[in-house]
Write a protein that binds this ligand. Structure first.
Ligand SMILES: *Cc1c(COP(=O)(O)O)cnc(C)c1O
Length: 224
């Protein structure tokens, strides 16, 4: 793919942000670069990408060792394993996939100021991570004793379906949970960010209030 291809794809996404979001200026485009090479990431950055998302710690670090991508924000969007948390803290600016107290405890203890989003399983699919929606209030209350960790919002992955109503329901659900939990905010726990929407469903997510959209194939092309 040429630089122009990347520019064209990013332009389409940015137009859709203006078209579908109620607050386009607040929306952050996360270019999900998992499985793609350093060269391709550099091309996407040249085309305007300012935030990249990776889901495997080792793969991501191997890329960052080759190229540090100065000025680019790095978001961790994959499953969190307790024994790799420190590597995530040292190599990323955001975590989208916080869903266990054990990990919260570890981050809090480290004193890291990495910004975290709590993943919520709005689809009910067993294969997906995330706190169950009906458990979220409880989970957040348990976090109140941690005074260092920074929580900034919620993240979800929509159900695997072509049914737009179901996808929209999942995003609406996340937005409602965000609003409902504003009463549970503390000095270090805030609910402002909604990370939702990927290549196939980001327009719906934007209509439903996404502030971060995570797009891989829509920027980099299909993954082998
Ligand atoms: C892979 C991935 C994405 C991007 O998916 P695309 O369909 O390539 O846009 C977004 N979020 C998470 C958590 C992912 O793992």
């Amino acid at each position: 793919m040429s630089l122009q291809n990347y520019i064209d794809r990013i332009n389409v996404i940015n137009e859709n942000i203006r078209k579908f979001s109620q607050y386009p200026k607040k929306v952050k485009l996360v270019g999900v670069s998992k499985t793609f090479s350093v060269e391709k990431i550099q091309m996407a950055i040249e085309a305007g990408i300012k935030v990249i998302g990776e889901n495997k710690v080792q793969d991501a670090i191997a890329k960052f060792e080759k190229e540090s991508f100065p000025g680019i924000e790095r978001h961790y969007i994959g499953k969190l394993q307790s024994n790799k948390v420190n590597k995530v803290l040292n190599n990323f600016h955001f975590i989208h996939s916080l869903d266990r107290e054990k990990i919260v405890k570890k981050i809090d203890k480290s004193g890291s100021q990495i910004k975290c989003l709590i993943e919520v399983n709005t689809s009910g699919e067993k294969s997906k991570g995330g706190v169950e929606p009906e458990e979220l209030g409880n989970f957040i209350c348990k976090l109140h004793k941690y005074k260092s960790i920074r929580i900034v919002g919620l993240m979800t992955i929509s159900p695997l379906t072509k049914n737009e109503d179901e996808i929209r329901k999942s995003f609406k659900n996340l937005k409602e949970l965000l609003e409902a939990n504003k009463k549970n905010e503390t000095d270090n726990i805030h609910f402002n960010e909604l990370s939702m929407g990927m290549t196939n469903d980001y327009k719906i997510a934007l209509q439903e209030g996404a502030t971060m959209i995570r797009i891989g194939r829509g920027i980099f092309g299909s993954r082998k």
